[in-house]
Design a protein around this ligand. Structure first.
Ligand code: UDP
Length: 484
């Protein structure tokens, strides 16, 4: 008997490591566990070392095809080079519409389903043109999705800037969001990125379903609100599939000899990993305070160090993995820091094999910017966090980790607003690494690690959810063929 034809999923990734990683992992998962074929279209922000590494490692073993498309030049659009990362990524996706459409149409095996990320909602119409079902993959938390989907309503109801509100922003059925925790695009309602944000929120329900990089036990109540017809379910109007945690797998030789040797020498759960994702940078003054805080804490650490920037906190978003010069880099640290801490600390310039580091048994804590991939990577490896949100939706992620999930501690004030002083950093580090509060969080995060593993195995909620999405997909293809 002839084998049934596999469904072919076309997935579009917007520029940025944080977008590329989860979409590739979703593609791999669809192929490895759910009988799909997959082609991932990547709009490269730049031919960066880190991006190339991610793409190459995704191809061994080769489960899917990756088509790299050049990121469009935005000069002709008149968009200011100083425009926010969010608006620039949105503009790149818009400008790439024709290229993406042609690339999709040119595929030898025509796709049966289209999956776009948050920045790809304008491309859902290509799914309609091709007559195939289409889904939106939101590779972050359910709570962020709730705020996003509710933003067109807030836009009508709230007067003035969100950050100036004296009360938290109510979202039906969900934990309210503190004004200072709203995502970057919501900080200035007159900005281009705000218009893009609200537009995307309005476009998501045009898809046939939403995929979320979480699992049911992580955000039960928020997921219930997203599905409840009486609350956010009205807006969503299509199924919400939990498919996570989808994170990049550990590469066997990913750490390299020297790093592995260093980590192997450290006692179990004794090292703090300090990293601000692919785009995060700190102001010079904060860098100095952080260095002092680490030194004073006398705890072991690995610090992914980048040159400070004065202008923005996402300063290296489009320069991912570009290695800043060693000597110049050290000149931003307090005099003698590297020598005084050489027995307990390791400084890695610009970029590090994060998943491999976090999965090492010596890891005891993660001082993180709380990008959603980093958040999941920490939880999946049973590592509690110190939250250090900088940009995008990271402030909301940090609050979720501290107040709802209970696996993190945070500075008194947001680091994106105020320099956090050395004494406070010292205390935070010692708390997460040595004190009872830290031990309790480590125990809690290890429980979550087990619940995440369960969700991803056959019979688990995320595994079953992708099977359901596949069934939904088949049903829609059938309906489209019949002309419904
Ligand atoms: N990453 C890495 N090495 C680094 C910095 C980041 O491997 O030095 C990876 C990290 O493991 C994660 C991704 O890049 O998979 C960053 O995604 P996240 O959502 O955490 O943050 P973003 O960079 O999008 O702000």
């Amino acid at each position: 008997m002839e084998k049934p034809k596999k469904l072919h999923a076309a997935l579009l990734s917007s520029p940025g490591m944080g977008h590329l990683v989860p979409i590739i992992e979703l593609g791999k998962r669809l192929v490895a566990n759910h009988g799909f074929e997959a082609t991932v279209f990547v709009l490269s922000s730049q031919a960066s070392r880190a991006e190339t590494e991610i793409i190459e490692s995704a191809m061994t073993p080769k489960l899917l095809d990756i088509v790299e498309l050049p990121a469009p030049d935005l000069t002709a659009t008149g968009l200011s080079p100083d425009e926010s990362v969010f608006a620039r990524v949105a503009a790149m996706m818009r400008e790439a519409r024709h290229v993406l459409r042609s690339a999709l149409m040119a595929l030898e095996a025509r796709p049966d389903v289209l999956i776009v990320d948050l920045f790809g909602t304008e491309h859902l119409c290509i799914g309609d043109e091709l007559g195939i079902p289409k889904y939106v993959y939101i590779a972050t938390s359910a709570w962020f999705l709730a705020l996003l989907l509710h933003s067109p309503t807030l836009d009508k109801e709230v007067k003035g800037e969100y950050v100036d509100q004296t009360e938290p922003l109510e979202i039906p059925g969900c934990k309210p969001v503190r004004p200072e925790d709203v995502a970057d695009p919501m900080l200035d309602r007159s900005g281009l990125q705000y218009r893009d944000f609200v537009r995307m929120a309005g476009e998501i329900p045009m898809g046939d379903g939403i995929l979320l990089n979480v699992w049911e036990d992580l955000q039960t109540e928020t997921l219930a609100a997203l599905r409840n017809e009486e609350s956010l379910g009205q807006v969503v109007n299509s199924p919400v599939y939990t498919v996570g945690p989808l994170i990049r797998p550990v590469r066997p030789a990913g750490l390299g000899k020297e790093l592995l040797e260093w980590l192997d020498k450290q006692p179990s759960q004794s090292v703090l990993f300090v990293s601000f994702g692919s785009g995060g940078t700190l102001p010079a003054e904060q860098l100095v305070e952080l260095a002092w805080g680490l030194e004073l804490s006398r705890q072991r650490f690995i610090w992914v160090l980048r040159k400070p920037t004065a202008k923005s906190l996402d300063g290296s978003y489009f320069d991912v993995g570009k290695v800043d010069g060693g000597d110049e880099l050290f000149s931003f640290l307090p005099d003698g820091f590297a020598v005084r801490t050489r027995d307990i600390g390791l400084i890695l310039p610009s970029w590090a094999p994060q998943v491999e580091i976090l999965s090492h048994p010596s890891m005891g804590g993660f001082l993180s910017h709380c990008g959603w991939n980093s958040t999941l990577e920490s939880i999946v490896n049973g590592v509690p966090l110190i939250t250090w949100p900088l940009y995008a939706e990271q402030r909301q992620n940090a609050t979720l980790l501290v107040e709802e999930i209970g696996v993190a501690i945070r500075p008194k004030e947001l680091p994106s607003k105020k320099i956090v002083g050395r004494e406070e950093i010292e205390k935070l580090v010692r708390t997460i690494m040595m004190e009872k509060e830290g031990h309790m969080m480590r125990a809690r995060v290890k429980d979550l690690k087990s619940s995440a593993e369960k969700a991803m195995t056959k019979g688990g909620t995320s595994f079953e959810s992708l099977d359901k999405m596949k069934e939904d997909c088949k049903m829609r293809i059938h309906q489209i063929k019949k002309g419904h």
